[in-house]
Design a protein around this ligand. Structure first.
Ligand code: ADP
Ligand code: MG
Length: 261
């Protein structure tokens, strides 16, 4: 459904000149799949997700959704960021309504808003301003807003990274439930091994310098997943070993660089 074909990203800036974040990314994601992109910070996860969202240009290769090339944002892709980025001057209901109100008849748009606010358990708070809500509630508004656009793919960039651990666990259960109910395809970026393995059908591991895909794991563990499940622990250890090598490589490069200057 979502296809990345030999995708690369290069930034050009005045100081460093050309900087290649990654290249040669090949990835095919099936409809309804929950896929996590996992990797150390700086490997290009956010850049890759922004390219799928159409917010960043593609330097090399191509990205397509159901056969159509992606080169700009569109309602077929809903994005949720680490910061909920809601409008403080609108209430919860108006925030969710905002991206769809020009595209849909009023009644239909309002019904959708109500439907998704119910799904994220915020009906009671629909007239509240977003600053009156906790971080977890704000992120649920952002998820409802993305879902209300009825996108084909939900793109999430470390959406629970700023939440406390307890809230994060609750949000994991919520998202799993929403995914079952909506049957959305989800592309989820995280640097947390536990989070990736707990949530996903598939974990794509990225390495750094140069950014690339170093592994692709199928997570064949029934849900709900327990942290002490033997299979979960084994997968976590496998991924941890892979990433340890990557992180050590970066540290070594930095130390060598310092020693030579
Ligand atoms: P991640 O999300 O995995 O932490 P990012 O995608 O944010 O990584 O960044 C990957 C690399 O690209 C980093 O080295 C970052 O400094 C660089 N980068 C990101 N955005 C830009 C930009 N607009 N201009 C130049 N370099 C950038
Ligand atoms: Mg990032």
């Amino acid at each position: 459904m979502l296809n990345l074909n030999n995708v690369g990203k290069t930034y050009t800036d005045q100081n460093q000149g050309r900087f290649e974040v990654f290249s040669g990314i090949d990835l095919t994601i099936e409809e309804n799949q929950f896929v996590s992109i996992l990797g150390p910070s700086g490997c290009g996860k956010s850049t890759l997700l922004s390219m799928v969202a159409g917010l960043e240009s593609v330097s090399e290769g191509a990205i397509s959704l159901e056969g159509n090339d992606i080169n700009q944002p569109g309602p077929d892709r809903g994005m949720v960021f680490q910061e909920p980025s809601l409008f403080p001057w609108l209430n919860v209901q108006e925030n969710v309504l905002y991206p769809i109100k020009k595209r849909l008849p009023k009644k239909e748009a309002e019904e959708r808003v109500n439907h998704f606010l119910k799904m994220v358990h915020l009906s009671k708070f629909k007239n509240h301003y977003t600053y009156e809500l906790s971080g977890g509630m704000q992120q649920r508004v952002a998820i409802a807003r993305a879902l209300a656009m009825d996108p084909k793919v939900l793109l999430m960039d470390e959406p629970f990274g700023a939440l406390d651990e307890q809230t994060r666990h609750i949000m994991h259960d919520e998202l799993t439930k929403i995914w079952h109910e909506t049957k959305k395809t989800i592309l989820f970026v995280t640097h947390s091994i536990q989070e990736a393995i707990k949530l996903s059908d598939r974990v794509v591991v990225m390495g750094t310098r140069p950014g690339r895909i170093i592994a692709d794991f199928d997570i064949n563990v029934s849900r709900p997943r327990r942290r002490d499940d033997a299979k979960v622990i084994e997968l976590e250890n496998q991924v941890m070993d892979l990433l340890k090598d990557e992180i050590n490589k970066v540290l070594k490069e930095e130390l060598d660089h310092e020693a030579s200057h």
